[in-house]
Design a protein around this ligand. Structure first.
Ligand SMILES: Cc1ncc(COP(=O)(O)O)c(C=O)c1O
Length: 427
């Protein structure tokens, strides 16, 4: 039986899909009624303020829905080639080799480790939380000897601690997380990379929760690999792993003693493909995620139209305004101080008398936020993402929902205090 059109609605990020979706056969057309038993899309709409995936721009979503073409069609070759050039611009890494692979941020981390780490290599992980642990695990898979340089929850080692730690052994690589999504802590990438480079190390920076939201001058700061995923400040639905790799790191890769033990992520497979598209020729190793790349081309274009400096400042201003509002409500943030707090995400402890039911209440007030992730404090805090297309109205809507949820949770505060403080900070 041939199938006809698709009827139904979807729920917007608030949990399981609630509508029934039914394919209507040709023989039923004219008699069958569309079945719309869910809440309508707009009626059930909630603002998605988690640290990824985020809200996406309608133009990006519309690019995603374009008819899929061949990965070697002339218009796609142009699109992918331009997209790779835009990756270099957004990452502020003009001489680096860009890679865009179908996969998530973890694949980008995997690719960095698989291609640069050889058995026995010493790697120092500047650890700021959950995703730094993951980076360490990954590097060990490839035979790296990992040492973690840790700090208290909510803190991250800085350049002086790294300088001291590098004296202890001969390290080939220093790996770090730009913004740790489990704590909202932002590392001093410029300072850490300066020290790592002085010691002759390669640097790998996990920018999954930072890239295109948090300041990073990859090339000027000595970042050898800056990696990210599509679904955060890059502004494209989940499914793409993005990396830029410096000429120095590509040379280290080219001079490896051992073959790369990961087949899919091996740069040797992808480098000729990325180069082919950059030179406006097609290529094939694994089928590119055609529609996600259409969407990425649009999103990176929007980011560059805004301008990197303006964009970094917008993120910083929105973050400060959100935290001014949270502080006025008496909420304490996880990062040890404002200087170590990120522009893309805020992690807040539940105030006295409230608990891990708070994110659910905030969700009922129309804004989706995330619960805790760091194993040591998981049930003590929640997280709010503010990146990408996020604007002042989203910040105010989120604080409004938090205020309403706090009232329902029985927490005593002056209603409107958070909103007023954020309004003042927004100027
Ligand atoms: C800092 C950081 N690194 C790595 C990852 C893993 O990315 P993905 O979930 O896309 O695999 C995440 C995901 O949230 C992250 O925030």
């Amino acid at each position: 039986m041939a199938t006809g059109h698709l009827a139904g609605t979807v729920d917007h990020g608030s949990g399981p899909v609630v509508a029934r979706v039914e394919r209507i056969g040709h023989e039923n057309i004219g008699t069958a009624k569309p079945i719309l038993r869910g809440r309508g899309y707009m009626k059930g709409r909630k603002l998605l303020m988690i640290p990824g995936p985020i809200e996406f721009d309608p133009e990006v979503m519309s690019a995603l829905g374009r008819p899929t073409t061949s990965h070697v069609a002339p218009d796609f070759i142009e699109c992918f080639g331009e997209t790779l050039e835009r990756v270099r611009e957004v990452f502020l890494a003009p001489s680096a080799q860009p890679f865009v692979l179908a996969g998530t941020g973890t694949l980008a981390m995997d690719a960095a480790a698989a291609n640069l780490v050889e058995p026995g290599d010493g790697v120092l992980v500047v650890n700021s939380g959950y995703f730094s642990d993951r980076m360490g695990d990954l590097i060990e898979r490839y035979g790296g000897r990992v040492t973690h340089l840790r700090a208290e929850v909510g803190d991250v080692p800085g350049a002086p601690e790294l300088r001291e730690a590098l004296k202890a052994s001969d390290y080939k690589i220093v790996a770090m997380t730009h913004v740790d999504t489990s704590t909202g802590v932002c590392s001093d990438i410029e300072g850490l990379c300066r020290v790592a480079k002085e010691a002759g190390c390669l640097t790998i920076v996990d920018g999954v929760c930072a890239t295109a939201g948090e300041v990073c001058h990859s090339e000027a700061w000595g970042v050898d690999v800056y990696l990210t995923a599509s679904q955060k400040a890059i502004g494209v639905p989940p499914g793409l792993a993005l990396l830029t790799v410096s000429p120095e790191a590509m040379e280290v890769f080219a001079n490896r003693e051992h073959p790369v033990s990961n087949y899919y992520a091996d740069f040797a497979n992808w480098l000729p493909i990325m180069q082919a598209y950059l030179e406006r020729r097609g290529g094939y190793f694994g089928t590119p995620a055609v529609n996600l790349i259409y969407a990425l081309q649009v999103s990176l274009g929007q980011i560059l139209d805004e301008g990197m400096q303006v964009r970094f400042e917008r993120h910083r201003k929105l973050a400060r305004a959100f935290r001014a509002g949270a502080a006025a409500l008496g909420l304490q943030q996880v990062p040890a101080c404002e200087e170590k707090a990120s522009s893309t995400l805020t992690a807040l402890y539940y105030p006295e008398g409230t608990d891990a039911t708070l994110p659910g209440l905030i969700g009922e007030e129309g804004v989706i936020v995330a619960g805790g992730l760091h194993p040591e404090i998981r049930d003590a805090y929640f997280r709010v993402g503010h990146m990408g297309v996020c604007n002042a109205a989203d910040i105010l809507a989120t604080l409004g929902a938090i205020e309403r949820a706090l009232t329902r949770a029985g927490y005593a505060f002056e209603p409107g205090a958070g909103l007023a403080a954020a309004q003042r900070a927004l100027g």
